[in-house]
Design a protein around this ligand. Structure first.
Ligand code: ATR
Length: 274
């Protein structure tokens, strides 16, 4: 089975490490490669995948939105988000999906029950592609107390409208009300290597026992998570989301469920070594 991830740049992708281990563990003959594809070569690359009988591929920055025009079908979630991270090829036909939001939700379920998630006051920081996927998945799961805080209010307003949410905040308002939230999720890239000293807002004013979640996994402990923990909140790093979005994609290609828990441990070791 031939699989790949395309992006530009792509050399730092951890997806080949993860998927090749899973192919091995499940005795599936195949290989998952990282292919650097510049935007002007996107259409051509997809044609190559079809001609060479690839089973599918992942899509990452900067192609998640542009790829849609070259696909034959996209599922409803990906259509609403306007972004695809997983493509399945069946008989030369490409279908696009987005597993990012559900991947995040599955990792959140390691820390909170379904009922707790639905009852939680949730704050999403950021209003980009990642925020859209996560917020959409939380909504579909039945969480209805979701606020979005973003640096530029127009983008937050757009997200709130698209998803039919109640409230949008600016970052100062969010900072002042941080204590009111049970779950606070950083979906921005603030705090990601090499910007490791920064954080999207000061999480040391979070409520004790609340949960701080970051989609960043490099570093494993961002300043956002470290400060939240100093206030007695729990922390969830981005390893879970990365592994589960991959697991959901893997299941679409192979119809087999890979070992996500084992992979979280392996990925954590790998990140600690780097
Ligand atoms: P992605 O698709 O990965 O979510 P994106 O669409 O570029 O990426 O969105 C990035 C998000 O991080 C945005 O919400 C962005 O805020 P703006 O809408 O105001 O641009 C947020 N972000 C990025 N850098 C930031 C910073 N230094 N401070 C606060 N927010 C930031």
């Amino acid at each position: 089975m031939k699989l790949a991830v395309i992006g530009y740049p792509i050399r730092h992708s951890k997806s080949p490490f993860m998927h090749n281990i899973w192919l091995d563990e499940l005795n599936i003959e195949g290989v998952y490669e990282a292919i650097e594809v510049s935007p002007d070569r996107l259409a051509q690359q997809i044609q190559t995948f079809k001609e060479n009988h690839y089973k599918g591929f992942n899509v990452t920055i900067p192609h998640k939105e542009h790829v849609i025009q070259y696909l034959d079908e996209i599922d409803e979630t990906a259509a609403i988000l306007g972004a695809v991270n997983t493509v399945v090829i069946n008989n030369g036909k490409c279908t696009g999906y987005n597993t990012d939001g559900d991947g995040f939700l599955q990792s959140l379920l390691l820390k909170r029950t379904a009922e707790e998630i639905r009852k939680s006051a949730i704050l999403v920081i950021g209003a980009g592609g990642a925020a859209k996927g996560i917020t959409g998945a939380l909504r579909a799961f039945g969480a209805d107390q979701i606020s979005v805080a973003n640096r530029s209010p127009e983008k937050a307003e757009r997200l709130i409208k698209t998803l039919g949410l109640k409230s949008g905040l600016n970052l100062t308002e969010a900072q002042n009300r941080l204590y009111d939230y049970d779950i606070v999720i950083n979906t921005t890239s603030v705090g990601m290597y090499p910007d490791t000293e920064n954080l999207p807002l000061d999480s040391s004013s979070m409520k004790k026992g609340a949960l701080a979640a970051d989609i960043i996994y490099n570093p494993l402990s961002t300043q956002f998570l470290i400060k939240a923990e100093s206030a007695g909140a729990e922390a969830l790093n981005g390893i879970g989301m990365f592994v589960f979005q991959g697991s959901l994609a893997f299941q679409k290609w192979t119809s087999k469920e890979p070992d996500a828990a084992g992979m979280m441990a392996k990925m954590t070791d790998k990140m600690n070594q780097e």
